[in-house]
Design a protein around this ligand. Structure first.
Ligand code: GDP
Length: 309
């Protein structure tokens, strides 16, 4: 066990001695929390707001019967962590009529195409008729990659090669989906190595062409402080409805679990804690491996438990 609880242990002496939480004796635990979050690569403004909230809640008048002051503080931290990540598990938006249209956005290499395939399989298993649409006309192998994924999971892929512009491909894909009564359309878009105006403009155009029910930003779980800027840029441009956190398996599962645990400066895991705070949008799914099955809904409560340890 090496969670945040453990790092807080050091700070309990004065809290226990006083028998209650006071402005004075919460200072040390607050420092520990702040330090742990910063070392987990959560961006400073997010850390500041979080610590302030925890402190306010901890000193609030609400008396919790049967809890010692240190237990009360841990409970407050757990609740605030959960709230920071959205509180509840967030579902995909249900369309009022016609197919659900899910636009996948994100930088290249984050696992966007893989996540599109995973989501297609996830929805197919729920009994939905799903169409994948390939609009990444810039990365030479991207369309082939999606076609291959599609055939593996037996989900059709709509593509028009690399000569047609992405918004037009997306528009025609949606048209086909409507005519053939699909339940869900997942549009894979082009990513670039960096955020640039052309990427954003094109994403806006593609979005306008299909008016998606969900616009999901795909974020690599290894992203740290940069997550805040990344999420903000995409959200400002295309108003995302949620995020998919990828690569939560292996290393990064530990890493995210260790968001607040590894005190050796192994700084990763910040993204999970920043996304909701920065964009107001929840993480909806997490990717936990390279296999098509490795996609799970994101549960803030479970993540908060894991962080606390
Ligand atoms: P894109 O450029 O954003 O479309 O990225 P890709 O979907 O091509 O994925 C980039 C690499 O990340 C590939 O090697 C994927 O197999 C890998 N990848 C995607 N999602 C995950 C994940 O959840 N866990 C792990 N370990 N690898 C992943």
């Amino acid at each position: 066990f090496d969670g945040l609880s453990r790092s807080l242990e050091k700070a309990w002496d004065s809290v226990r001695r006083d028998g209650k939480l006071t402005a004075e004796n919460v200072k040390e635990p607050m420092r520990e929390i702040r330090r742990a979050l910063l070392e987990a690569d959560v961006s400073l403004p997010v850390v500041r707001r979080f610590v302030k909230k925890v402190e306010e809640a901890a000193l609030g008048e609400r008396v919790v019967k049967g809890l010692s002051p240190d237990q009360k503080l841990v409970k407050v931290v757990f609740e605030e962590l959960k709230q920071l990540m959205g509180g509840q598990q967030a579902e995909l938006v249900q369309p009022k009529y016609g197919p659900a249209v899910i636009l996948m956005a994100g930088l290249q290499g984050t696992g966007k195409t893989t996540a599109a395939g995973k989501l297609a399989l996830h929805l197919k298993k729920k009994g939905l008729k799903v169409l994948l649409v390939a609009t990444d006309v810039y990365r030479p192998a991207a369309i082939d990659q999606l076609v291959t994924l599609g055939s593996r999971i037996e989900v059709p892929v709509f593509e028009l090669g690399t000569e047609v512009k992405p918004p037009e491909i997306a528009r025609q894909g949606l048209e086909k989906a409507k005519q053939e009564e699909y339940d869900a359309v997942i549009v894979d878009t082009a990513g670039r190595l960096q955020i640039d105006e052309r990427l954003m403009d094109e994403l806006r155009e593609t979005k306008a062409a299909v008016n998606p029910t969900d616009t999901l930003l795909v974020v690599d779980a290894m992203t740290g402080q940069e997550a805040a800027g990344l999420v903000k840029a995409f959200n400002d441009a295309v108003d995302i409805t949620g995020a998919v956190l990828t690569k939560m398996d292996g290393d990064s599962l530990d890493i995210t679990g260790a968001v607040l645990t590894k005190m050796d400066g192994d700084s990763r895991g910040g993204a999970a804690l920043s996304i909701k705070e920065v964009s107001g949008r929840p993480i909806k799914f997490v990717g936990t491996g390279e296999k098509m099955e490795a996609l799970e809904p994101f549960y803030p409560e479970r993540m908060a438990s894991r962080i606390l340890g």
